[in-house]
Design a protein around this ligand. Sequence first.
Ligand code: 6OD
Length: 469
Amino acid sequence: MLTHFIGGEPVAAGKVFPVHDPVTGAVVRQVHEADPEVVDRAVRAAREAARDWAGLPVGERAGWMRRLAEGIEARFDDLVAAEIADTGKSFDQTRTLDIPRGIANFRAFAEIAAQRPDDAFHLSGTLSYTVRRPLGVVGVIVPWNLPFLLMTWKLAPALVSGNTVVVKPSEQTPGSAAVFAEICADTGLPPGVVNIIFGPGPVGQLLVEHPDVNGVTFTGSTKTGTAIMITAAERVKPISFELGGKNAGLIFEDCDLDRAVEGAVKSVFTNGGQVCLCTERLYVQRSIFEEFCARLAVRAQEVELQPMISAEHRDKVLSYYALARSEGAKVLAGGGVPLFGDHRDSGYFVEPTVVTGLSEWSRFNREEIFGPVCHVAPFDSEAEAIDLANSSDYGLAATLWTTNLDRAHRVAQRLEAGLVWVNTWYLRDLRTPFGGVKLSGIGREGGTRSLDFYSEPTTITIKLEQSDA
Ligand code: 6OD
């Protein structure tokens, strides 16, 4: 039974809900659900710890971040097991991406914060400088698709900046956060600095509403982000959002085709397409369109299957497969539910799917699906490719595949997206700004941008008297 982690202690309070293994549909764990009293208790614990934690020199907090990274290394196998049990991710991906990024997040933000200089400005007889103060107590709301990676991506900069936190993981994926709570306790992190409470969306809403929560960071759907923003607006709380996407991939005829096909496979199907950065719209130059589609359709049938997170999400993805057909699409691969003939048949799998033949104005091409699926369409000119890529309400990420250096820069700079990858996908430097435009989010995290969100500068200006000596 998973319990909340408040003030450094396990807290078994609130009713209990089950978590299902997406591979089989079986119940993997039972979890306590936070009620308003538990939320309040967690926020109070965070508030009580806030002054001492903020008072530590940044170098000492950076030391804690490094110790947490070591703690994660020591519990690596437990974290891998917990993450796989909740998500059905592949062992390979969990070992090479999800859990190592947790370690990298704590180490990177320890360095970035410890080395960051404060600003100072001199102007004839005045000296102005800034000191940065933490927000206070930060609410951290984490989605189910990359639970450990995204929790630590937010926690590391929030903590090293001097905030204390109340984390609410997705109710579908609480396992790795529960192991992390044990790591915090074993590391000796001061009680109340990290608090973790479990439960569904309304628990997150209580956290956002709480008057003693000073800022909120959220990754998830645009719909939930909008609801959080409305609540946060009433108290003018700072928010940082990374929301939905309908990301485009542009494949030019001068690309390395082998690389582009494999890149597209990765960007469409990784994590069962359940990454906000995944590509759902591919635009391919007409001279290579037929060959590209044929190769992508073959590869789609070879990728390792990952289940959708829940029966509900599987049904949503399948409803888009049906929508594609009803809007007149041609299905090039997949389009249904795989049959395994074993325990996985009660899990939440869908077939990796490639469709073509729809306009960019179809619902299928406008709404985020968040599954292993893409639409492929041809284009004739660079200008048309850019217009097609930008014909979306979202603007998180884009990929482009070309060997023409001038074109790479020219096109990349005209794409309406927070992130553009050229001849690669999801290659990350943790110091770079990360986030989206349009409906894909507000604000940027990453590197010093994260530190900027999790703290606020006070500008101090001194009038320097001229000496008469
Ligand atoms: O890699 C990251 O740092 C990051 N924020 C990924 C977000 C993925 C969203 O599904």
